[in-house]
Design a protein around this ligand. Structure first.
Ligand SMILES: [Mn+2]
Length: 349
């Protein structure tokens, strides 16, 4: 399904005058869109005199500070669970699966009678709204606005602002957060997910006198030299399929140590691999620890990588998807299997 629910559902939920405190939960390893949309939405809700709180699973990478713009972000820890005040509404943003909450699944379990609002643009597996409710695996009251044709959730949140001039008003800080999110998910309006509405919304946001050069610089520039040195080593050693249209690389922790960089420095690398001419599919396999493998998948029209990710319990979009595997796996076997599946899928297209 491409769409479940609508923007009106969000208005209806937020117009409940009894709301006093809303907890917003973006997906684990929040990216520019997750953070930009969460902060933008929180700032809008605050204009209704409702208290908001955003809780993330881990420290936010420094390059995203510009779109957080001073919002007091809370980081989940096991100790914090007892001190979290019961919210009147929980909002899941930029994802629609409990699994993508990471450790914060505990929060849903603790507040199992708090209604949930879901706003997302990832691919929807369910064929009907009922099926979605069943798959979600919780008895909480769910309100949904899902549109998998949208470039980003930040675009959807911007839509909320543009539809409710009298309730939410845009300012330069909110517009920067939302534009940062849209830029993050569209690669600076370069990917196929940038539609007519995306450009229209960006034009509306630009009316807030955004410094678009600074947004681009933060998201796509300012690369540490060591990160570029690591990238050059990756490109020097990438593997190519027989047809030369699949490019992949396995990052072991030792490589990050060698260049004194972190997993955050690998953001965007897989998209760069896809940028190579004649590449239909780019795969970055990252060994995080002996118990965790993460995979980035980027493609062009030749293959829907969300389908490939699904085979290993992952998901995402047609052109950008990811897989996280927990528990011990033989890395070589996994690599061989994944590439074989990828080749089969590309042949079948
Ligand atoms: Mn997104």
């Amino acid at each position: 399904m491409k769409k479940i629910g609508s923007i009106n559902n969000v208005f209806n939920v937020l117009s409940d005058l009894s709301l006093q405190h809303i907890l917003i939960l973006p997906h684990v390893r929040a990216d520019a869109d997750a953070m930009g949309s969460a902060v933008g939405l929180a700032r809008g809700i605050e204009q209704l005199n409702v208290k908001t709180e955003i809780m993330v699973d881990e420290e936010i990478p420094a390059y995203l500070n510009f779109l957080i713009a001073g919002y007091p972000m809370k980081i989940y820890t096991n100790e914090i669970i007892d001190t979290i005040q019961k919210p009147d509404l929980i909002i899941l943003i930029d994802h629609h699966e409990v699994e993508r909450l990471g450790q914060r699944k505990e929060i849903l379990e603790k507040f199992s009678n708090v209604p949930i609002l879901i706003i997302d643009h990832h691919k929807i597996q369910a064929e009907t709204e009922n099926e979605f409710h069943q798959n979600f695996g919780s008895n909480q009251i769910l309100t949904i606005w899902l549109e998998s044709d949208r470039s980003s959730v930040s675009e959807m949140i911007a839509e909320l602002f543009l539809h409710t001039d009298e309730k939410f008003s845009l300012n330069d800080s909110v517009a920067t957060s939302l534009m940062g999110g849209i830029y993050g998910d569209t690669g600076g309006l370069r990917y196929a997910n940038s539609g007519i509405r995306t450009f229209e919304i960006c034009a509306s946001l630009m009316k807030q006198n955004l410094a678009i050069d600074l947004i681009s610089e933060k998201l796509f520039g300012e690369k540490p030299l060591n990160q570029l040195r690591l990238i050059s080593e990756v490109f020097a050693n990438v593997k190519l399929s027989q047809n030369g249209n699949i490019m992949w690389f396995v990052v072991e922790p030792e490589l990050l140590d060698k260049y004194q960089v972190t997993q955050d420095d690998l953001e965007g690398l897989c998209s760069q691999m896809r940028d190579v001419e004649n590449i239909d599919l780019a795969i970055l396999i990252r060994k995080i620890s002996d118990d965790e493998i993460r995979v980035n998948l980027r493609s062009n029209q030749a293959i829907d990588v969300s389908e490939l990710a699904r085979k290993y319990g992952g998901g995402g979009h047609a052109r950008a998807a990811g897989i996280t595997i927990e528990g011990y796996h033989d890395l070589n076997l996994f690599e061989t299997d994944l590439i074989k599946q990828a080749e089969l899928m590309i042949c079948a297209e």
